[in-house]
Design a protein around this ligand. Structure first.
Ligand code: HEM
Length: 194
């Protein structure tokens, strides 16, 4: 039986219980309740939370869709399909980012699970997280800039004077997304798999 002396200590015990039991505790008007919907253990055989597992898998899906979209516009000249896919992908990413931020800020203490990694104490988990954030933070802004510019300046989706500018920035946005994905996978591996 653990004796709790302070609220902070009490909170730490509950966080640890959360990470070890696979259940998520939520605080509701001062009392704690177990949420059966939000499991702190995801579906991958790792220490990642449900949301982290979803994001790790979703990024593979996002990169595949992005590759198809660029192939369609570059090789097949299917401009309208490219436009539709890119708008859909950006909307999906916006929802995923909001969900992910809510989870990481309010529900999942990822450090509890990452502490078990041999790369946590020597600082590599944090180092790779900083590298990841260097791409992950600017990427939504670059995407918003490219998307807004394309919707405003193309006549529906026909090539025109804006093409050169869009092609350059479209590639920059795509490379940012690729680097966000690869560094994100690196962080996930070091923190929750190793
Ligand atoms: C963030 C979202 C987007 C990204 C990352 C993106 C990326 C790209 C890339 C990399 C290319 C160049 C392919 C090549 O090398 O030929 C391209 C071409 C094109 N994109 Fe996008 N795109 C986005 C959104 C849009 C939207 C919303 C529209 C339409 C309103 C659009 C219309 C076009 C057109 C018309 C071209 C062909 C330009 C030309 O070769 O004349 N794109 N896009």
């Amino acid at each position: 039986m653990v004796k709790t002396r302070s609220w902070r200590f009490d909170f730490d015990v509950k966080q640890r219980f959360m990470a070890n039991s696979g259940l998520l505790l939520i605080q509701n008007e001062g009392s704690w309740a177990v949420s059966p919907l939000l499991s702190s253990h995801g579906f991958l055989p790792t220490r990642g939370s449900l949301m982290l597992d979803i994001v790790v898998c979703a990024m593979l899906f996002v990169m595949m869709i992005l590759a198809v979209s660029i192939y369609l516009v570059r090789q097949k000249r299917l401009y309208f399909a490219h436009r539709t896919i890119q708008i859909g992908l950006a909307s999906l990413l916006a929802i995923a980012i909001v969900g992910f931020e809510i989870d990481i800020r309010f529900f999942t203490d990822w450090r509890v699970a990452a502490e078990e990694s041999p790369f946590y104490a020597n600082g590599w988990v944090d180092r790779v997280l900083w590298i990841h954030l260097a791409f992950a933070i600017p990427t939504p802004f670059v995407w918003a800039f490219v998307l807004y510019g394309a919707v405003r300046n193309f006549n529906v989706a026909e090539p025109g004077e804006y093409s050169r500018f869009h092609r350059r920035w479209g590639w920059i946005a795509s490379v940012f997304m690729l680097l966000t994905t690869v560094t994100g996978w690196g962080f996930y591996y070091l923190a929750f798999v190793a």
